[in-house]
Design a protein around this ligand. Structure first.
Ligand code: TYD
Length: 202
């Protein structure tokens, strides 16, 4: 079976990964490589509904409920979007995936990381990124970039974003083969060059 490539883009809110994922997508398409650009949470009809709850629900959401909702979105996304595209041999570029749940619900919300990993294994059903790019910025920059109009996750405060950032760096240390950290305070062009270099080396 021909298999594609699964690349995930990660980092704190405001790190610029969405700009970079779009640039990489254009670069790969210009080279006639088949890609699928997607994101979590919120790809597909059900995913969009789950995203709406996660980002805009105004009442309290229990930490476990928040984790389950992100994982429910992922389970649907993996089965109906990511796996079929990989099977077709596409390069799947995904804006956030498993490491977001570990960084945000695990490190950020100070949840039980081992338990989140186990639950996530059920959601991804054997799927793992071939490469993960973490766009690293200080928590202060993250909050400055998201500005005043914050969604539910973005309104979690400076200490939360500091834990999220450190969580990503910890994940990168634990899995240096898969996870590459990129300094996201550099210029858009320089970051894009680094991204291309890493992806081409795959
Ligand atoms: P989004 O607007 O997509 O943010 P960004 O452009 O930074 O990716 O909102 C997604 C939010 O959900 C973001 O704050 C990160 C958070 N998130 C989690 O907390 N856990 C997860 O598992 C995922 C996928 C996202």
């Amino acid at each position: 079976m021909q298999k594609g490539l699964f690349i995930t883009f990660e980092g704190s809110d405001g790190c610029g990964k969405t700009t970079q994922i779009n640039l990489l997508n254009e670069y790969l398409r210009a080279k006639c490589r088949p890609t699928l650009l997607t994101r979590e949470p919120g790809s597909g009809g059900l995913g969009i509904k789950i995203r709406e709850i996660l980002l805009n629900f105004e009442g309290e959401i229990a930490p476990n409920c928040e984790s389950f909702l992100f994982l429910a979105d992922r389970a649907q996304h993996v089965e109906y979007t990511i796996k079929p595209a990989l099977k077709e041999g596409k390069i799947v570029l995904c804006d956030r995936h498993t490491d977001s749940t570990l960084a945000y619900q695990g490190y950020g919300r100070e949840g039980d990381i081992e338990r989140i990993k186990l639950l996530n294994e059920i959601a991804v059903n054997g799927l793992k990124p071939d490469l993960t790019l973490v766009f690293d910025i200080p928590a202060e920059t993250s909050l400055k970039r998201v500005g005043h109009d914050k969604d539910r996750m973005e309104a979690s405060g400076l200490e939360f974003f500091d834990r999220v950032r450190n969580g990503y760096l910890e994940i990168a240390k634990l899995e240096p083969e898969r996870v590459r950290v990129i300094d996201a305070s550099d210029s858009i062009e320089n970051i894009h060059k680094k991204v291309v270099e890493i992806v081409e080396s795959l």
